[in-house]
Design a protein around this ligand. Structure first.
Ligand SMILES: Cc1ncc(C[n+]2csc(CCOP(=O)(O)OP(=O)(O)O)c2C)c(N)n1
Length: 374
């Protein structure tokens, strides 16, 4: 299916706004609406999928027209509250069209963090009373138009309808690539940090390629990855996991390696961490202005810098670095120093084509990580 045909079909239903968080299954569609299709509809990228439902609600209140909300199925977890407590017909009854990328579809190989959500995606829609249809690369324009007729009938009753999109549905297309002006490679920034760590340092890394790079660099530099806990799912929660370890084990230095998209997703955690300080906590944000891991779409901000936020959240020290030398110096100056420290590292886009994935299961990663405390 061509992304332009899909967008024009949903425009035909009277939808004028697209709101969502990028996903790799929807990469071609996201690339289209960020490039050639950017004037087709109003387009917003809020910080998380729950916020997207809030925004879609406001758009409906302001225009009387439903918005389309796109997301990876993991984002269903974030929409449950605004969907059930605002949009549901037993509350305000706010129509919207969900476009959900189906990671972890049963029978299709995928990463551990997608397996359970993949298995329950359709069931969750049922429980949430959101009727749905599934589309794939064989869905014809006639079939899509009949799905959208059903969706319109449901939305006319002030309810929500979901289109669940299988992997490979949207045709590949050129264009849409985002770039930034930074020169430090993200994996090389990660290697710089790992080289400076010692036995007492534990790493908690965020969702996406950052964790894959941490895994590979730990193996390459330290010979194992036992000091790293990979937050493979639960995007935006790595800092709270790291914080939980730091307050439980004051004898350890805890280093959280975050991404800007993840940081934005649950940014309130920074305010909490800054006011409830563990002894040894280093929070590093690798800021590329984008959701690089799922295809490089830009975040919805205008180049946010997190250092001033960390400062206002009362972190003990805050610094922004532009290259590996500055990063090494910044890390060395706070390592082992009591307090909470924030390092914002501005990094370029892109990753290695041959970047691997963790070889053991998530629960093995947990067991190995917990051996650090025995
Ligand atoms: C709740 C949720 N929504 C969306 C995703 C899909 N996803 C995985 S990684 C990622 C981008 C992460 O961006 P960032 O933290 O900036 O790191 P980068 O990949 O840019 O280095 C997204 C959107 C997800 N895993 N969970």
């Amino acid at each position: 299916m061509r992304s332009e045909d899909f967008v024009s079909a949903i425009k035909g239903m009277g939808i004028e706004s697209l709101v969502g968080v990028p996903d790799s299954t929807l990469k071609q569609f996201c690339d289209y609406i960020n490039s050639d299709g950017k004037d087709e509809m109003k387009h917003y990228v809020p910080v998380n999928e729950g916020a997207a439902v809030g925004l879609a609600t406001g758009i409906y209140l302001g225009t009387g027209k439903p918005a389309a909300v796109y997301m990876q199925n993991s984002g269903l977890g974030n929409i449950v509250n605004p969907l059930t407590s605002i949009a549901n017909t037993e509350v305000y009854g706010i129509p919207m069209l969900f476009i959900i990328g189906w990671r972890g579809e049963p029978g299709v190989h995928d990463e551990p963090q997608h397996k359970f959500m993949g298995k329950v995606t359709d069931k969750l829609c049922e429980v949430l009373e959101v009727p749905y249809s599934v589309i794939d690369c064989n869905t014809t324009s006639e079939e899509l138009s009949s799905i959208l007729d059903q969706a319109k009938a449901v939305m006319d009753e002030c309810r929500q309808y979901a289109i669940i999109v299988k992997k490979g549905t949207f045709e590949k297309r050129a264009g849409g690539g985002y770039s930034n002006e930074y020169t430090m490679n993200r994996e090389s920034a990660i290697a710089t940090i790992i080289k400076e760590t010692s036995d007492n340092d534990l790493i908690v890394s965020t969702t996406g390629k950052i964790s894959r790079e941490v895994y590979e660099q730990c193996d390459a530099i330290l010979g194992n990855h036992e000091r790293a806990f990979l937050t493979v799912g639960g995007m935006g929660h790595a800092s709270m996991i790291a914080y939980g370890i730091a307050v439980s084990r004051e004898d350890k230095n805890v280093i959280c390696i975050d991404g800007d998209g993840a940081e934005l997703m649950h940014m309130g955690s920074m305010a909490f961490i800054g006011k409830n300080k563990p002894d040894h906590f280093i929070h590093i944000c690798l800021n590329n202005g984008a959701h690089e891991s799922v295809g490089g779409m830009p975040t919805g901000t205008k180049g946010i810098r997190f250092s001033p936020v960390a400062k206002d959240c009362d972190y003990d020290s805050v610094v922004t670095v532009m290259n590996e030398e500055e990063l090494k110096a910044a890390f060395d100056s706070v390592k082992g120093v009591k307090g909470i420290h924030f390092i914002e590292a501005m990094v370029s886009m892109g990753s290695r084509d041959d970047l691997g994935r963790p070889k053991e299961s998530a629960s093995e990663n947990k067991i190995n990580f917990m051996k650090n405390f025995n």
